[in-house]
Design a protein around this ligand. Structure first.
Ligand code: HEM
Length: 558
């Protein structure tokens, strides 16, 4: 049995032949090495067992073949050396034909570096030029390091596919929107989701009103722990999730709802695990799905999350009024019915569950994580926090909540929200794309099926495009007259046919939540706060390390 957390304490029970070995490791970087040690240990033990049980047959065979055991071992060893040499030759023979990049290890490519120190590795990749190559396992992937080349590539359909990642495939069965490859199903599901989200208020006053109402709950909840150290994760996640929940399920959930809190916890756990070393190893050797390991936890969590959605679907079916759809699920149920006679329809119940899951998941941990990074940056830059608060109170006072129309009147606060997104950079390599056909980029031939990554870390810190690339400074989004402007390099939601489907919703939530929090609450560190590694923790998104803060209500008469 293997039970592994990501960067926390990991406890491994390795049980073979009724003996259990327990390893306790507390270092942050231990998981990778421990996992490798575990894999090595397992492989070693299995080999030993095989050797023991098949000892007799091996002896029989080798006698039969007139070979002794030493020769068999030597042959195996030479075979391995040959495979490694062949792999090195294969990689080297492609140099010059593909963009340059760091030297990969045979079979695993750059995965050990990417897993061990992801941000350091991602930063180092841009030194190879506008586009570079990294090997993910045995396959080369192309990294786009500048805004120019990213724009050139991502607007094309040829660059709009998605790679098939075994872990995601295992869970989604190739359904939904986010990880579905470019084609008919993706087009139908994406178009329907966009259209339906708009019908239920996306980009309109009604979603703004939901966010403002929720921000009142959020402020009240955070101030319950006024003056005491508190981890803001759950409150923010619940507030953010309630907006997408109200659109897809037609309901919000109270902050003390135990069942919903549990679902949010496992959602977060899955985002963490799927993007961790465990997820990468699964994608490299998917047959481990038949064995115990952290991937089983990912599957168990996913099954529970999908079970929750299936339950919602069941309840919606029982109470559906075709003349007045209440939310995304109602609209989808009606669409399935409408499309029954259409042969090319991709609308069916499993696709509904997976599309709903995509909206629920993508709409929760992305915005939550950005706001958490925001609190970190605002506490570390108290002058920025104060300047935002002063601007907000000057324009709105203490009582009027902000609206999206206030953006022009709050240029410094609006710039701060964007600067939070730039520095948080929650998907530093974007969401992976794949070429849908053979294509060319900057003179290089790129075969169909090549993985494409956007180096947002390099683009967001390009010295030619940012006034203060390496510091948290809202001036990056202000012109010489103090007005807000958006540099072309700001592509946190990506671009092209795959651009984030929830961009409007996310921007509404980020501006309204951050502004209303800064209006009413002062944030600071608890006295015993420890310093935080600002590279964060890599999951499917880049999370800040866990932290606690002190919230104090702004004195409305100050
Ligand atoms: C701060 C918040 C967010 C950020 C930074 C963000 C960023 C992104 C990025 C970078 C992509 C990949 C685009 C590409 O493949 O080139 C994406 C895709 C997507 N996002 Fe977001 N997102 C955010 C919030 C949301 C929200 C609130 C929703 C909910 C509606 C959402 C739904 C989606 C979906 C469904 C896709 C897949 C689009 C497709 O493959 O066609 N996102 N997002």
């Amino acid at each position: 049995m293997l039970n592994m957390g990501y960067w926390g304490v990991c406890i491994h029970h390795i049980s073979i032949n009724n003996t259990t070995e327990r390893v306790n490791c507390k270092s942050n970087s231990c998981n990778v090495s421990t996992l490798f040690r575990f894999c090595f240990y397992k492989a070693h033990q299995s080999l030993l067992l095989l050797c023991l049980s098949w000892n007799e047959s091996v002896i029989m065979w080798t006698t039969l073949m007139k070979l002794d055991l030493t020769s068999v071992c030597l042959a195996l060893f030479l075979g391995l050396i040959f495979m490694v040499l062949f792999e090195i030759f294969r990689i080297n023979s492609r140099r010059g034909q593909i963009p340059p990049g760091p030297r990969p290890l045979p079979f695993v490519g750059v995965l050990p570096q990417l897993i061990k120190k992801p941000m350091e590795f991602i930063r180092s990749v841009s030194q190879y030029g506008e586009i570079s190559t990294i090997y993910i396992g045995r396959k080369p992937a192309i990294i786009l390091n500048t805004i120019q080349v990213t724009k050139e590539a991502l607007v094309q359909e040829a660059f709009s596919g998605r790679p098939s990642l075994p872990l995601i495939e295992w869970i989604t069965n190739g359904l939904g929107i986010v990880m579905v490859t470019f084609g008919h199903s993706w087009r139908q599901q994406r178009r329907f989701a966009l259209h339906t989200l708009r019908n239920f208020g996306l980009g309109k006053k009604s979603v703004e009103d939901r966010v403002l109402e929720e921000s009142r709950y959020l402020i009240a909840e955070m101030l319950k722990a006024e003056g005491k150290p508190m981890d803001p994760q759950h409150d923010i996640q619940n507030a953010v999730s309630n907006i997408i929940c109200s659109i897809v399920f037609g309901d919000r959930f109270d902050y003390d709802n135990k069942r919903f809190s549990y679902l949010l916890k496992i959602l977060n756990e899955n985002f963490m695990l799927a993007g961790s070393a465990a997820g990468q190893i699964f994608n490299l050797v998917p047959f481990i799905k038949h064995f115990p390991g952290p991937h089983q936890k990912v599957m168990k969590n996913a099954t529970e999350l999908l079970g929750f959605i299936r339950n919602e679907v069941r309840e919606h079916k029982e109470t559906l009024d075709p003349d007045s759809p209440r939310d995304f699920i109602d609209a989808y149920l009606l669409e399935i019915e409408k499309q029954t006679s259409n042969e090319g329809s991709t609308f069916h119940e499993e696709n509904m569950v997976m599309s709903t899951a995509d909206l629920f998941l993508a709409g929760t941990d992305t915005t939550t994580t950005t706001i958490r990074w925001g609190l970190l940056f605002l506490i570390q830059n108290p002058d920025v926090q104060e300047r935002c608060h002063e601007e907000i109170v000057r324009v709105l006072g203490y009582d009027r909540l902000p609206s999206m129309d206030d953006r022009d009147k709050l240029p410094y606060t609006y710039a701060t929200v964007h600067e939070i997104q730039r520095c948080a950079n929650i998907v530093p390599l974007g969401v992976f794309h794949e070429t849908t056909q053979h294509t060319k980029l900057r003179g290089y031939d790129i075969p169909k099926g090549t993985m494409i990554m956007t180096n947002l870390e390099a683009i967001f810190s390009d010295k030619e495009h940012w006034k203060h690339p390496d510091a948290f400074n809202p001036e990056n989004f202000l012109d010489e007259n103090g007005n807000f402007f958006k540099p072309e390099s700001f592509i946190a939601f990506s671009l092209g046919p795959r651009v984030c489907l929830g961009e409007t919703l996310a921007r509404t939530e980020l501006f309204l939540y951050i502004t209303s929090l800064l209006q009413r609450i002062h944030f600071s560190w608890p006295p015993e706060a420890q310093s935080i590694d600002m590279d964060g923790v890599m999951g499917l998104v880049r999370y800040p390390q866990n932290f606690s803060i002190i919230c104090r209500s702004r004195d409305t008469k100050e």
